[in-house]
Design a protein. Structure first.
Length: 155
């Protein structure tokens, strides 16, 4: 599967990422919410496309030599087809090229498929946020995961 990856920092990315987010999550974030996120310095949007049709996205927040994945998603019909892994691998290459040393994310302790994906590409659990998410009216923990991108920069 040949995917292309585009990186955007402008608020003009908001309609595309909002539509993707709403197709991936219920409730999805709105265009206004993404415009607000993109108005703060350090926001980077990755759109992953198949034959010029967006199928996945990642919103990163970059601060100094670290980045955090704020939200990430792949359209349901493209899940379990390596899109998520390719999206993240390409994103990590881009971030490393921007001198980002460490990439962080949070994932629900109940989202086992996402945890497996992250572990398979080198993330490890580095912490836990108690009762961070609400799922089906119950509080669940978030696992904090991280990965070194430019480990050669650590001497």
């Amino acid at each position: 599967m040949r995917l292309s990856h585009d990186y955007l920092t402008e608020e003009t990315a908001a309609p595309v990422i909002a539509a993707l987010h709403q197709a991936c999550f219920d409730p999805g974030w709105t265009e206004a919410e993404f415009k607000s996120l993109l108005s703060v310095p350090g926001g980077l949007v990755q759109i992953t496309s198949l034959d010029h049709n967006p199928v996945g996205f990642c919103f990163y927040r970059l601060v100094a030599e670290e980045a955090e994945i704020i939200t990430i998603g792949v359209l349901p019909e493209y899940r379990n087809r390596t899109v998520g892994a390719q999206l993240l691998e390409n994103g990590q290459e881009r971030l490393a090229g921007l001198n980002i040393n460490t990439l962080f994310l949070e994932v629900s302790e109940t989202n086992l498929s996402a945890q497996k994906l992250y572990e398979n590409i080198g993330f490890s659990v580095t912490g836990r946020r108690k009762n961070y998410y609400t799922e089906a009216a119950e509080k669940v923990d978030a696992l904090i995961m991280s990965k070194l991108l430019n480990s050669n920069n650590f001497h």
